[in-house]
Ligand binder design. Sequence first.
Ligand code: OAD
Ligand code: ZN
Length: 252
Amino acid sequence: MGIQNEQLKEAADMILQAKHLVALTGAGISAESGIPTFRGGSGLWELYDPEEVASMSGFRRNPEAFWEFAQDLLLLEEASPNPGHEALAWLESAGYLNTIITQNIDFLHQKAGSKSVLELHGSLQEAKCLDCGREYKWSELTPIVKEEKIPICDKCESKRIKPDIVFFGEQLPQKTVDKAWKEVNKCDLMLVIGTSLIVYPAASLPSLAKERGADLIYNNKGSGEQDEIFDLVLTGPAARVLPRLIKLIKQV
Ligand code: OAD
Ligand code: ZN
C-alpha cells in the first residue's frame, strides 16, 4: 500500500509537470469492461490462431474462420467504458492529456468522452467488401453474425466483407500512423496502459519517445515485454489505478 501510494504520487507529479502527455493503451484497459485481452491465461489468442482468424492471407483463404472469431467480438458493441477509460477522458478535458494512441478496436475511449483518439489498429465500426468495395456499418452485420451466419455482400455476393480493423500482414492506416508518430515526437511524458508491448510497430512507441527525451510511466496488471525501459511502473488493474491517480491530481 505504502509504496504504491508513493509511486502514485510520483506519477501525479510527473503528469502535473508534463507539457505534452500522450497515453498509449492496449487491451488491458478494457479488461474491466468485460473484454478479454489477447495474451495471457484466458486471452483470445489462446482460443484462436491469429494467423487463421486475423491475418489477411487467412481471411482471403477462409473468411468463415474470422466470422467464428467474430462471435467473441460481438460483446464489444454492448460494452461500456470503465473507470480507467473515464479517468483518461477526464485528464483530457482538464487539459493534462493531449492524445490517446490506442491499439484497441472497441471504441471505449470515445464512449467515455475522449476526443483525441488515434486508433492504430482501426475500429470495429465499419467494414468493406474486399471484392467490390461496398461499405457496411459493423452494426448492419452483427444481426447476421448473432445468428451464426456469414455476411454476404449484397452487391457482388462475396463472402469477404472485412471489418475496418488491422489484420496481421496489413499496413497500419497511414494518416493515423503519421499523427501518432508526430505526437510521440512531441511528448515529454508517455503513459502506457494495459499493453504487453509485443506487437509492433505500436510496441516501438515508448522507446521512440524515450529516445526523444520523454519520461515513461507503465500501468499494467502484470509484467509486459519491456518493463525495464520505464521510469515508473504502477502495477495493478487500470480501472483501479487510474482513478486513484486522477484523485491525487484533482487534489492539487
Ligand atoms: P495483450 O493481450 O497482448 O496485452 C494486454 C496486457 O494488459 C497484458 O500485459 C496484461 O498483463 C495487461 N492487463 C490485463 N488486465 C489488465 C487490467 N485490468 N489493467 C491493466 N492491464 C491489464 O494486448 P495488447 O498489448 O493490446 O492487434 O495487444 C496488442 C495487439 O495484439 C492488439 O491490438 C491486437 C493483438 O493481436 C491486432 O489485432 C492487430
Ligand atoms: Zn462486394
